[in-house]
Design a protein around this ligand. Structure first.
Ligand SMILES: *Cc1c(COP(=O)(O)O)cnc(C)c1O
Length: 416
């Protein structure tokens, strides 16, 4: 019997059920992944007991000899993985990492040029609902008809608004950005360049996509998406910005760092430095492209003209007359997990938009390859072509479960 089930059978039950859910579904949410047992162990380790405000060698508490080694190793590995001059691994997650950068570099009212949410950007890039949008002035660029970021438009916006930060990066965009062009345009007005690689960090670490770190002044990321580490954030920057970034994280924004998470980040970085991780990253993209082709063949309209990374945005409303919300719900009933998403210039409301977003990082971690991608695309097509057929959805759910069980996630793990 586990300690957990003895102390708290309720939470043990819920965790067991969650483990079964993760085991039995096909997880296509592109921001999710399945970490290794080693990462899970570090996350649940004794490092959670320690207070270590400050940075390695400069702490506000005693007893940090081993914690300093852990955090220093996490930093060294991140530097090696991305060729960074300076790394802060204390950011609690992607959103706080971005907020810390804004507070490090901007004064209230300063302008940031970022990508529009409905064109693939992230809430933390200045969406009006965020607290940051009340403090700073965000202006947003969009994609053009072809699905590319229009760099001429981006340049004219930069010249017009003279932003302090030109921000690249996205959560629902499937094409490679021209990093050098961002840099050239920002340089024209002396703006700081920032890239939020939260979604694609693992594809960059695995050397399958170009690395923005040498080009941009500041790069932020999460560690739990394609990078396959614990839920957390990280900031990589040029030495010139190191002091301002570190001060902005602590004491500016956060208190004691979560050293158990930092230990798990270090483990994930070590895994990402192995040659197998490059194979993994490559397979993620191959899988996404196969899935994308297959969906296209089945009559789905893929936004941005296809995919060059791990995700795709599908306009299910114009393709099959099914809304994003309905598609998310009925695919969930069939054991296929993904999320509704706005498409560029979406005529529909945010809570029931035209699109769905899906991606391959988690199913690739499980070992699925081209044949499974084709099968999954067919299953998605069947469900969305018969949105009212609940018994079909349930029979596909059984087939999904059979497929999923061939690719166990944590064979011996139990909270019972
Ligand atoms: C996921 C994501 C974030 C936010 O990360 P959280 O860990 O959810 O706070 C920030 N920026 C981008 C581009 C993301 O995709």
């Amino acid at each position: 019997m586990s300690y957990l089930s003895q102390t708290d059978p309720d939470i043990a039950d819920f965790l067991n059920a969650e483990l079964t859910r993760q085991q039995d579904v096909l997880e296509l949410i592109p921001s999710e992944n399945i970490v290794s047992r080693a990462v899970l162990e570090a996350l649940g380790s004794v490092a959670t007991n320690k207070y270590s405000e400050g940075y390695p060698g400069k702490r506000y508490y005693g007893g940090n000899q081993e914690i300093d080694k852990i955090e220093s190793l996490a930093i060294e590995r991140a530097k090696q993985l991305f060729g960074a001059e300076h790394v802060n691994v204390q950011a609690l997650s992607g959103a706080p990492a971005n907020i810390a950068v804004y507070f490090a570099l901007l004064k209230a009212g300063d302008t940031v040029l970022g990508m529009d949410l409905s064109h693939g950007g992230h809430l933390t890039h200045g969406h009006p609902v965020t607290a940051m949008a009340k403090i700073f002035n965000f202006v947003r660029y969009k994609t053009d008809e072809s699905g590319a970021v229009d760099m001429d438009h981006l340049r004219s916006m930069t010249l017009e608004h003279k932003p302090k930060i030109v921000l690249a990066g996205f959560s629902a965009y499937s094409r490679q950005l021209d990093y050098e062009a961002f840099k050239r345009i920002a340089d024209e007005v002396g703006a700081i360049t920032m890239m939020d690689m939260a979604h694609i960090a693992g594809l960059i670490a695995g050397k399958q996509l170009p690395n923005p770190v040498p080009i941009f002044d500041i790069v932020t990321t999460t560690t739990h998406k394609t990078l396959r580490g614990p839920r957390g954030g990280m900031i990589l920057c040029k030495e010139k910005f190191a002091k301002a970034i570190d001060k902005s994280i602590f004491p500016g924004l956060q208190g004691g760092p979560h050293e158990n998470v930092i230990a798990a980040k270090a483990v994930a970085f070590r895994e990402a430095l192995e040659p197998e991780f490059a194979q993994y990253a490559k397979q993620i993209i191959v899988n996404a492209q196969i899935m994308c082709d297959e969906l296209q063949k089945n009559g789905f309209h893929i936004m941005f003209g296809g995919t060059q990374n791990h995700l795709m945005l599908v306009d299910v409303f114009s393709s099959k007359g099914v809304t994003g919300h309905t598609a998310e719900t009925i695919l969930d009933n069939a054991g296929i997990t993904l999320n509704k998403n706005m498409i560029p210039n979406d005529p529909r409301p945010p809570l029931d938009p035209s699109g769905i977003r899906l991606g391959t990082p988690a199913i690739t971690t499980r070992g699925m390859k081209e044949d499974e991608m084709r099968w999954i695309a067919q299953a998605i097509t069947k469900v969305l072509s018969a949105p009212e057929d609940a018994s079909l959805h349930l029979s596909i759910r059984e087939e999904v479960k059979n497929l999923a069980r061939k690719y166990p996630i944590y064979p011996e793990l139990t909270y019972a």
